[in-house]
Structures are given as structure tokens and as C-alpha cells.
Design a protein around this ligand. Structure first.
Ligand code: TRP
Ligand code: CA
Ligand code: ZN
Length: 313
């Protein structure tokens, strides 16, 4: 199935001209307005990050694959989704001799042959709590899922959210998921959106340039905010969208930068500190709740919801 966006602006224009012509005649000629994506409260996203930090702190300072902090992270996210009415599934796999878990959450309803997925890895490295990498993506898609539930959103397409295990060991969980889909089930995924590191402390605004429809959606969102974007190039294929892309699924995503250095030209666009990494605490013990830029997290969380709504309606 080809990916498309229904196009709110174009549809609104049509409705306006039709209304002029039929005004006062046949009732109900105008279609119902499309549901607008909600503004995701960044305070809620940050509250999830606080919980993930507490989980790391209580479990030896990390949330890594095969460790207690990872299991606790899965339990935390799963409980929120179950309470919100999602159908959750925990998929097990083995990596480096330890059991790993993917958490999958399906929102009941929508066309099962047209699935829109959003995913983020939930594991950290062993050396730190992994709050920017990747508490931020995990918390943003969690809050977007909760917003779907709060809105009682019933899109045309089926919505599925995923929290991947063992990304830091080489995309193990997401690859396991994709490899275990039949060719038929793979073909039902209209698009996969990936969010890995979306609140870097010295942020850039990077958009994956994979599927052109998804790329345009994110670029348009940022253009609407008056914020410049660049194409993501810091290690193409270095996150969980790669297995989907390899399997022929249209993919896209957002990223605020890892260990690369922010240039003076980028500071001119986005502010921040030139000559310094986007995330100086990448894969380190200082990747804590202090290692997040709230503005970047807010904008990207809102962009997640915008893309999920637009692609599924
Ligand atoms: N996935 C990497 C990690 O978790 C970080 C990373 C590097 C990345 N380059 C990227 C994430 C590009 C998304 C896009 O350690
Ligand atoms: Ca917001
Ligand atoms: Zn990551």
C-alpha cells in the first residue's frame, strides 16, 4: 500500500469553495473536518523521563539489555499503555546470552491492512541511564500513544507503537521483529517512524531523508514553526529504522544529534554552542535528565504526534 497524506490545507480549500456554492441548499454536503493532532504536553514527556531516570538509579545506573533496569523500563511503559486501552505484546529474543524484550502496543481499530508504526529503542548502554539516548524517543512516543487514547482517536489506518530492546547491541530487537514478520504482514506496514535521540542538549534538527512523503511531513511541520532542518547524516542506518528500510517498508524519523560537533553555521540557525558535540554525554554516565533540551524535546514530541495523526487519518 502506498503511503500518502490526506492534506488538510488542500481539503480545507475545497470545503470552503463547495460551501460557497451549496450554501443554504443540501444539508451535510461538507465532509466532517479532519482531526487535528494535539499539542503534546512536554511536562508529561519529562515526567516519563524522570521515571526512567529513577529506574536507572535504582538498578545500577543503567537500563541496558539483559539488566534489571531494562525489565523495569518495559514494565513502566507497558503499565501506562495497558491502562490507556492499548493491546500490548512483549516479544522475547536472545542477544549476547541474555533475554531481550520488544514491547508492542496496538491501538484497537483501523484498517489492519494499512498499519502506521512509530518506534523507539528503550534500552540504554551499560555505562549510563540513557535519558537522551533514548529515553527521549521512548517518552515522546509513549506520550503520543497516551494522547491517542485521551483523544479517542479512531483513524482510518491501524496504529502500532513499539519500544525496541537491544538496539545498543546492534539493532537486535527491531531486526528480530522485522525478521519474524511474514512477507504479507510486512507489506501491511504503510510506514515506520523512528525516534532515537530527540532532545540532545545542544540540539540540531535533523530529518531522515528516506521515504519522501514522511520526510516532507516533518519538513513541513518544522517550516510551520519557522525552524530550519537539515538531512540526518550522522551514521545512516544506525538506528531501528534500518531493518524496516531493508525490508522495503517506507521509513522516516527525527534526530537531534549525537557525538558530532555543531558548526558555527548550525549555531546561526539553531543557537547553542559551536565546536561542541550535539550530545557531549552520548553513551556516558552523564546522559541523565539534565542532558535534555526542553525546547527540542517539546518540538519533536509535537512533531511525532503530527506525523502519527497525518499518516493514519
Ligand atoms: N542509534 C545510535 C545509538 O543509539 C545513535 C545514532 C547515531 C543515531 N546516529 C544516528 C540515531 C542517526 C538516529 C539517527 O547509540
Ligand atoms: Ca508540546
Ligand atoms: Zn539510541
Amino acid at each position: 500500500m502506498k503511503l500518502s497524506v490526506s492534506g488538510r490545507a488542500a481539503a480545507t480549500g475545497v470545503v470552503a469553495s463547495v460551501t460557497l456554492l451549496v450554501c443554504g441548499s443540501i444539508a451535510g454536503a461538507a465532509p466532517a473536518p479532519l482531526a487535528a493532532a494535539p499539542d503534546i504536553p512536554v511536562a508529561n514527556v519529562k515526567a516519563h523521563l524522570t521515571q526512567l531516570q529513577s529506574i536507572a538509579t535504582a538498578n545500577g545506573g543503567n537500563r541496558a539489555h539483559g539488566r534489571a533496569g531494562y525489565q523495569a523500563s518495559v514494565n513502566f511503559v507497558k503499565a501506562k499503555l495497558d491502562a490507556a486501552g492499548f493491546t500490548t505484546t512483549v516479544q522475547q529474543f536472545t542477544a549476547s546470552g541474555r533475554t531481550g524484550y520488544n514491547l508492542i502496543a496496538d491501538w484497537p481499530g483501523g484498517d489492519p491492512d494499512q498499519i502506521v508504526m512509530a518506534g523507539s529503542h528503550l534500552d540504554s548502554v551499560t555505562s549510563g541511564p540513557g535519558i537522551n539516548d533514548n529515553g527521549t524517543g521512548s517518552a515522546a512516543i509513549l506520550e503520543t500513544a497516551l494522547a491517542v487514547s485521551r483523544a479517542g482517536y479512531q483513524p482510518t489506518k491501524h496504529l502500532r507503537f513499539a519500544w525496541w530492546g537491544a538496539e545498543e547491541l546492534g539493532l537486535v530487537g527491531s531486526r528480530h521483529y522485522v525478521n519474524n514478520l511474514s512477507a504479507t504482514d510486512r507489506s501491511k506496514i504503510d510506514g515506520y517512524l523512528n525516534f532515537d535521540m530527540i532532545g540532545s542538549p545542544n540540539p540540531g534538527y535533523f530529518v531522515y531523508d528516506d521515504d519522501p512523503v514522511i520526510e516532507k511531513l516533518f519538513k513541513d511541520y518544522y517550516a510551520g514553526l519557522g525552524v530550519a532542518t537539515e538531512i540526518e547524516t550522522e551514521g545512516d542506518g544506525r538506528s531501528d529504522h534500518a531493518p524496516f528500510k531493508s525490508a522495503g517498508v517506507p521509513v522516516g524519523g527525527l534526530f537531534t544529534g549525537a557525538s558530532r560537533t555543531k558548526t558555527a553555521a548550525q549555531v546561526a540557525k539553531w543557537g547553542g554552542t559551536s565546536g561542541q558535540a550535539f550530545d557531549r554525554c552520548y553513551h556516558s554516565s552523564c546522559d541523565t535528565t539534565s542532558n535534555v533540551n526542553d525546547t527540542a524535546l517539546d518540538r519533536n514530541s509535537d512533531a511525532v504526534a503530527y506525523a502519527v495523526w497525518e499518516l493514519s487519518e
